[in-house]
Design a protein around this ligand. Sequence first.
Ligand code: AHR
Length: 661
Amino acid sequence: MKLRNLLLTMALGAGTAVSAADYTVTVETQKPGAEIQPTMYGIFFEDINFAADGGLYGELVKNRSFEFTPDPLMGWQAFGKVEIRDDGPFDRNPHYARLRSMGHGDWWTGLQNEGFFGIGVEKDKEYRFSVYARVPEGKTQMLRVQLVEPYTQEEHQEFSQQDIKVSSRDWQKYTVVLKSKKTADKAQLRLFLCDENGHSGSGTMDVEHVSLFPVDTWKGHENGMRKDLAQALADMKPGVFRFPGGCIVEGVTLENRYNWKNSVGPVENRPLNKNRWESTFTYRYYPDYFQSYGLGFYEFFLLSEEIGSEPLPVLNVGMACQFQNWNDESAHAPATEAGLKEYIDDCLDLIEFANGSVDTKWGKLRAEMGHPAPFNMKLLGIGNEQWDEFYFKRVRIVADAVRRAHPEIKIIGTSGPDAEGRSFDLGWEAMKRQKADLVDEHFYRPISWFKNEWNRYDQYDRTGPKVFAGEYACHDRGKKWNHAGASIYEAAFITGIERNADIVHMATYAPLFSHVDGWQWRPDMIWYDNLRVAKSASYWVQALYAQNKGTNVLPLQQTNFPKKGEDGVLCSAVWDNEAGEYVVKVVNTFDQAKTVSIKLNGAKAVGEAKAITLDLSQYDMENTVENPHAIEPKETKVKAEGNLLNVTVQGKNFVVYRVKK
Ligand code: AHR
């Protein structure tokens, strides 16, 4: 190697050329193999860790419809004369608050909402407040709307204010926009009942569906999503979007399963559901965790479209969560066609909602909600993480009915919660018998498991259903958060997913979102508080694969492929037909640097490669909302020698090399 090149590669941090590298990797550039499915790397959304209300969903008011149980004023502080009534304008959310003046100029009536762990607002940004209100006695009243910081040392708690005049005896929607005069992550919303002059006079007002959204939501939708969180998803370039869960699909009982039909139509009338993660862990208990369904199936389909992902809804198969009901057959719907009718209808009606013409019942609703064009849904998950005969006998009935009506829809079954063993094997056998198109595997496992599974998909039967690695994450022993030391093993494992793209068609890390003040489960891919976001090391691993997925697998041979249980250097290679580039991923799970000689067999002199490096060498390092950029990919250049890339991959580094043909 010429001295000039040596200095250049050293300066770029890409390592030196040596004749006997620790590893040699030969990539067959002239033999593009299996297609990498556009769905290959995606995201899995579940309303866990306050991922919907309090997270991605832009609504800032908690319990906006006064429907929380057992206390309809949960999340609110009421002062003066406030009464909750239940004959409101929305039949499925019947409660509202009646505010009556106290009859003295120095006594006030009103309500104050604490938001989700506070309300996050930014200076000079606009927030749309809306409310349904009426004055039942016909006497004009005002509603004073304020953003306040209750615990400030400043003279005034309020920092933004607007008045709404209400004169009608009939329910009407009122909207005002508040411009925030300061940035505060734990503000609250305060409402005062006033007379026309802004005094505490005498009079009555009813209020319902009290709502506050940032005006600047993702794509500007009024019932929109938090922009920074939706943007983080879009930036990944996910190929598939699985929703709405997870165990949330099942519910603790069937009554509180995720019922998609309750999640569509006008938001004011989507009935509240108790979130099944409210009570799952008594050591992380959230009595105020409910699902407003404001972020519902229409919004999920729309988001999928807007971020360029294939929508993948998962529906209930007539079973409540097996973890919470074990062998109690009575927890589930009867395993007969009649017993499962509601669940079969849910599937068929969903396909109509997503794809049906605007003349159909559900297609019409989609059009009324703003999307006359079909969403072009192609995939449907039936049941989440279920096992044994309980599941097999039900999924057969539901899947058969869906297939009869919609052979064009690909059906995804599940192999249960285990990644191997009896119930996993039985699950796969049953899914094969039923000719499921894909099988959803879940593995939340320690580093040792990942090290044992380098070859996992090499042995899979190529004739059966394809694999959907639908929920997975490396859970390091005793360290259940997103630190670099675990994410490197995810990166290494995914090389095996990619090399086996003929059989693995989709993979989604889980869970996706987590509010720092409200989590039940970790690690998670994206963390946030009310104003800030942190993309974890695992996010960057996923993003690097999704952004560099290419179009076809390139066969490769490497020396020293690690044995089960050992650290190693793991590689995969793809051809990117759109960019006209070869993409080679190399993951070094050792602590020490390794030299790797990558030969692009069949390629001519390739000049230079772009190297995108994710340094995961500091075991405990993590991205937090306070320090969100500690771990991020960095781009450098590597000089090739002919068709050889001689590189040094530092210990616990993941590098993506992109080479123009
Ligand atoms: O992702 C958290 C939970 O893990 C999911 O809800 C469930 O499918 C799995 O057990």
